[in-house]
Design a protein around this ligand. Sequence first.
Ligand SMILES: O=P(O)(O)O[C@H]1O[C@H](CO)[C@@H](O)[C@H]1O
Ligand SMILES: Nc1nc2[nH]cnc2c(=O)[nH]1
Length: 311
Amino acid sequence: MAHQALPFAITLDILKRRLPAHLQEPKIGIVCGSGLSTLASALRDVVEVPYSELEGFGTSTVQGHKSSLAFGLLGPGNGIPVVAMLGRFHPYEGHKLSTVVYPIRVLARLGVRNLIITNAAGSLNPKLPVGTIVAIQDHVAIPNMAGPLNPLLGPSLGPEYPRFLPLSNAHSIKLRRLAFLAAHKLGLADDALAEGVYAWVSGPTYETPAEGRFLRAAGADVVGMSTIPEVLAAREEGLEVIVLSLVTNFVVIPDKYRSIKEEVKAELAGKPIEQPPQQVVSHQEVLNVGKQKADVMKDLVAKIIEMIPTD
Ligand SMILES: O=P(O)(O)O[C@H]1O[C@H](CO)[C@@H](O)[C@H]1O
Ligand SMILES: Nc1nc2[nH]cnc2c(=O)[nH]1
């Protein structure tokens, strides 16, 4: 889909007709990662609009992702108007990159200025155990470096969009400061919220041990199959962005490979070597941890939103 063909006017018109006036101009957006759609339960006065009603939106086909936009209010008093994407699109589902980031561009056109993106991710760093929330400080986009998978490829959206977007400031220092202040206010343990670098891979396969080792050597702390296209589009739209990754599993990186050669030799010599079962990651494991930690993530996101200055 060339940028020019994006149906913004139609999508925005549908939303205008579906939403009451006080929810029509959200200032803050949330993207809910795998198993994290319950983040929207922090909102009140909620109006949910299914993606199927929205021109230009795809359908999220991944278990643990709903397929709707939830509009609502958060925080004391009249509340802050917020929109949450309950479910995202991943390139591995077969969606075009322009579809993957279309909701982000719609959020920007509704008036969203600050975006909180969440995801489930595998840990590459022994210091980031399962259950840790990681405030992403930087990223490595492997598909962008290895092939034409950058969502900003193609004709520019307009003269006001930079052709060459800098990314040294992609992850908002202002929002990350708020995240750590929010964690403090919530009384979270020091290791509940950490900092690290996210590696984006295309998926849908999980990493081989050698790939895990490679990503770790490249400076990444966590790895996932989403988020970075959204960050790039959001930055191109001029939004402040924070990414919060929930560590749902360790990427399997054994210190050394099992030597099948040695095992067979030992077996033939009548001295078989006992081996622990092979570890493998599953999406069910990812969803289970998401479920267990959804409340902490929800409280953190809600507190950050309350602390974002309203202008
Ligand atoms: O990044 P989110 O959408 O949270 O989901 C993560 O979990 C799925 C794999 O279990 C992949 O889609 C990966 O990116
Ligand atoms: N690529 C990748 N994505 C994930 N999402 C959740 N866990 C993982 C993981 O281990 N690897």
